[in-house]
Structures are given as C-alpha cells and as structure tokens.
Design a protein. Structure first.
Length: 293
C-alpha cells in the first residue's frame, strides 16, 4: 500500500465507523469538505467507488466492504503508534462480551487488578447469554463457556470446567427424600434451554441412557437466575462446578447424581485474528491467560 493512501484510508475507516461524513469530520476535528475530498482522492487512486452516497445516508459498496478491514487495521495501527510515541502507555477501549454469570463470578475480580496496572485502558462490557457476532459488533474479545470451540476464531483455553446438577438441602428436606435417578423427576426443576432440549434432560451412567422429563419445571436463559433459584431451595438445576464449589463446601447446595450427569466444558477466550491485534487487547489476553486459575 503506497504511503500516499494512508491518510485517505484512515479517513475512510473513520467514515465507515461513524456512519456519515459529518460525524467523521467531527470525530477527526476537520471540515466535512476535507473528509469528502480525501475519500474522492482515494477512490480515484484505487479506481473503484468505496462509498455509495445519497442525500440522507451512505453505505459501503462491495469494494468498500472488502477494503474496510485493512483500512481499519491501518487506522488503529497509526493511532497506537502515535500513542506509544506520545505516551509510551497502552490506552484506549477494549470491548468485551461474556455471559453474565461468567463475568460476575470469574472476570470482575481479575479486571480490578488489571485496571490498577493499566488505568488508561477503558473496558466496555457487553454481557449476554447469546453468542454475539464479535466481528459484526466490533467486539475485541469474547469469553465463552462451551464444550466446543467456534470455527474461524482464535480460541485460547482458560480452564476446564464441568456442568453438573445441584439442589439445596432445604429442597431435599422439603421433598422428604434424597435425590435418586428413580425419584428425581418428581423434584421441581429450573431448566436451561440449551441443556434440556424440548424440556428433556439426557442422563447417562455409561451403560444406561435415560431421557428425563421433569413433572414440574420452570425455564430460564440465565444461569445467574438459575443459581439463585437453586440456592433459594426452589428447584434442581444445572450449574458450572466452579461457580458452585464454595457453596458445596459450606453446605448451601449439594452436587447430585454426578454419576448420571456431568458434562465437560472449556472456558476460553475468543478473538477474530492474531493479525493487527491492538497492544491493549494483547496485554489483556496475556493477563487473563496468566491468571486464569
């Protein structure tokens, strides 16, 4: 890429990010006409139209979409190079997505220490139980709790975990019986859809497979809410072993039927590519990997 294109590419990336010439001009602290002029020069030099303009909005053309990732990487690289020369410190924003329960039980305590080490780095948390498209949504880093890795991304394992079944001693006392494979369907349940398709729980002890359908159950997409319901003694439910280990030690909950239900999962970091990884994101990844346990 010729040096003469650098300015146009950084402005093009800013226009794409900001959604309009006016917003890009304001962001860059220049006149709108200067932005328009640079885009026109870049299009002329490359021999393609990058942005489709109308009176009310603009959108990237096919060529614009193809160029955007490289232009964005160049813009970020120049910004970070300038930052390292002027401040010699990593700074800027890291956008992170994670499930609510993983963020509160594992991530937050580590973030407090990281922030003390790097106060110039801002963290933007996008907490969701859904698997957000990290490229489409401009996410730098995702924390996933899964038994499979996702194709097309760099996955760095943090630690292994297990999903098991838990209930409180209070619920056992209320039911008047210890949970067994023969009576567990009569207990009230709180189901997590992804682990109980069609409200059926697959159980296996290695030699016998059972499809369990609880007689009484509620459903949620929130492991955090599920944990509170279990701790309140209202239902049997799924939880990650690490999220419940201290509760088991104190006797607040009981890990039940481990010989029938125990699923191995992996908690890992996920990001689009090692190429053009920002300094701040790389530092954060290295920090989390070092202190994963």
């Amino acid at each position: 890429m010729k040096l003469q294109y650098l300015k146009g590419l950084t402005i093009f990336a800013t226009v794409a990010d900001q959604g309009s010439f006016s917003a890009a001009a304001k962001h860059l602290g220049v006149n709108r006409s200067a932005v328009s002029e640079q885009i026109l020069k870049l299009e002329t030099s490359l021999g393609v139209r990058l942005i489709q303009r109308t009176t009310r909005q603009l959108s990237l053309t096919v060529d614009g979409h193809a160029l955007y990732p490289s232009a964005k990487a160049i813009a970020q690289g120049l910004t970070e190079a300038e930052s390292s020369l002027n401040h010699n410190k990593p700074e800027g924003t890291i956008r992170i997505t994670a499930p609510h329960d993983f963020a509160t039980t594992w991530l937050l305590p580590k973030i407090y220490i990281f922030k003390k080490l790097h106060p110039q780095i801002q963290l933007d948390y996008i907490l969701s139980f859904d698997k957000i498209d990290i490229v489409k949504e401009g996410i730098d880093l995702a924390l996933r709790v899964s038994h499979i890795e996702e194709e097309g991304y760099i996955a760095r394992p943090l630690f292994p975990d297990k999903i098991g079944l838990y209930c409180s001693p209070a619920l056992i006392n209320e039911m008047g019986q210890t949970p067994t494979i023969d009576n567990i369907s009569s207990f009230p349940w709180i189901l997590y859809g992804a682990l109980a398709p069609n409200n059926v729980i697959p159980l296996s002890n290695g030699s016998c497979n059972i499809s369990l359908q609880p007689e009484i159950f509620d459903k949620t997409n929130s492991p955090t809410l599920m944990r509170e319901i279990i701790l309140d003694g209202k239902a049997v439910g799924f939880q990650r072993e690490r999220a419940m280990v201290e509760k088991v030690k104190t006797g607040e909950v009981v890990h039940i039927l481990p010989e029938w239900y125990e699923r191995d999962i992996c908690c890992h970091l996920l990001y689009p590519s090692r190429k053009n990884l920002s300094l701040r994101t790389r530092l954060f990844i290295e920090y989390l990997l070092e202190y994963a346990e």
